[in-house]
Design a protein around this ligand. Structure first.
Ligand code: AVJ
Length: 342
């Protein structure tokens, strides 16, 4: 193509091919027994109200989470990035020793796709499949990855995989490598995490060759709690934005000013818990229902389980994976695991 030299910037402005994108979110999926509204209503009407952390991630929620990852107190993202930066050659060698060469890289909860974008040059996958519940946020992120890697086959998938992962046939079934960074597995209760891992480890189900997993490790309570209650209040905003998302999804009338962010480490359960606490007695209404909250009453919005290298290795083995390798940072705050399917 002959472009006038007067406009050198035009070369960059030319659109590249946009990635394939399949939106399965809100379509009834196998294993899904209820609608989003039913699921929300059920949690809100329980004696101890709950809202699933997957509802954090509307468009604003994904942006707030991205802001969290840049906070001084939130060590997981930069610690994980440092582990990867120091270990790419070893990780790539471990995969190729398992006979995996041009994998299909399936990125679970891909968000802004930044972690995969850093991994792709090292793994040289033949296909990249970012999956996320935050559909429009993912659409933009996948397009950016396509800009960086114009020749890469990308299939973006908008879906909620929290109650089961069923991939459409556009996803290559050979050489599948699942990438689940950021300690997002920690949002599952251990029994659910086991079931999820079993699904991936079962060659007949996930068709996987292995799993590259990022997990936050148990450490002192003060550091854990600071990571979930930062001085700027970004995590508080992230938590309260859940109520705005619920207002949209359920036509509810939550007023975020009536709620306080609470984050605490429950050592007995080895998990960070996030809650929203009513500042005064109040009633929340949505079509057909209402829920009264007393002053100080809480809605449980998130569990973020923390593992040790030993407890995660045991869980991976229990799920049916074969060899397990791991890499950690000098302070052992975070670990990256490679669990092979054998
Ligand atoms: C995306 C689930 C890994 O648990 O650390 C960050 C979400 N919540 N701050 C985490 C989160 C509050 C995050 N995960």
């Amino acid at each position: 193509m002959n472009l006038p030299l007067k406009f050198p910037g035009l070369v960059e402005a030319l659109p590249t091919a946009s990635p394939q994108f399949i939106n399965l979110y809100n379509e009834s999926q196998p294993g899904q027994t209820q609608s989003v509204a039913q699921e929300l209503e059920e949690g809100l009407l329980e004696p101890s109200a709950t809202i699933s952390p997957k509802f954090f991630y509307n468009e604003l929620g994904s942006k707030l989470f991205e802001a969290i990852t840049g906070l001084e107190e939130y060590y997981p993202t930069r610690t994980e990035a440092a582990i990867f930066a120091a270990s790419y050659p070893q990780i790539a060698a471990t995969l190729s020793e398992s006979g995996i060469h041009h994998a299909c890289l399936i990125d679970l909860g891909a968000g802004n796709c930044a972690k995969a974008a850093a991994l792709i040059p090292h793994l040289q996958p033949r296909q990249y499949v970012p999956v996320d519940i935050s559909v429009e946020f993912l659409r933009d992120a996948a397009a950016q990855v396509q800009n960086s890697f114009p020749a890469l086959d990308i299939v973006g998938l908008g879906m909620d995989f929290s109650s089961g992962l069923v991939l459409p046939r556009e996803v290559q079934s050979q050489e599948r490598v699942f990438f689940y960074p950021g300690s997002s597995l920690g949002n599952f209760h251990p029994a659910e995490a086991l079931r999820f891992l079993q699904h991936i480890a079962d060659p007949a189900q996930g068709k996987a060759r292995g799993l590259l997993l990022g997990i936050d490790l148990v450490k002192d309570t003060a550091r854990l709690e600071a990571a979930y209650d930062d001085a700027l209040g970004v995590t508080a905003a992230f938590n309260k934005n859940l109520l705005l998302n619920v207002n949209g999804l359920l036509q509810a009338d939550f007023d975020v000013r009536q709620w306080r962010h609470v984050a605490l480490f429950n050592a007995a359960e080895s998990r960070i818990e996030m809650h929203l606490e009513a500042l005064s007695e109040l009633t929340v209404r949505w079509p057909g229902h209402a829920r009264r909250f007393g002053a100080g009453e809480r809605i449980h919005t998130e569990c973020s389980y923390k593992y040790t290298v030993e407890s995660m290795t045991a869980l991976l083995r229990q799920a049916g994976f074969g060899q397990v390798h791991y890499w950690t940072d000098p302070q052992s705050w975070f670990a990256v695991f490679w669990a092979a399917v054998e």
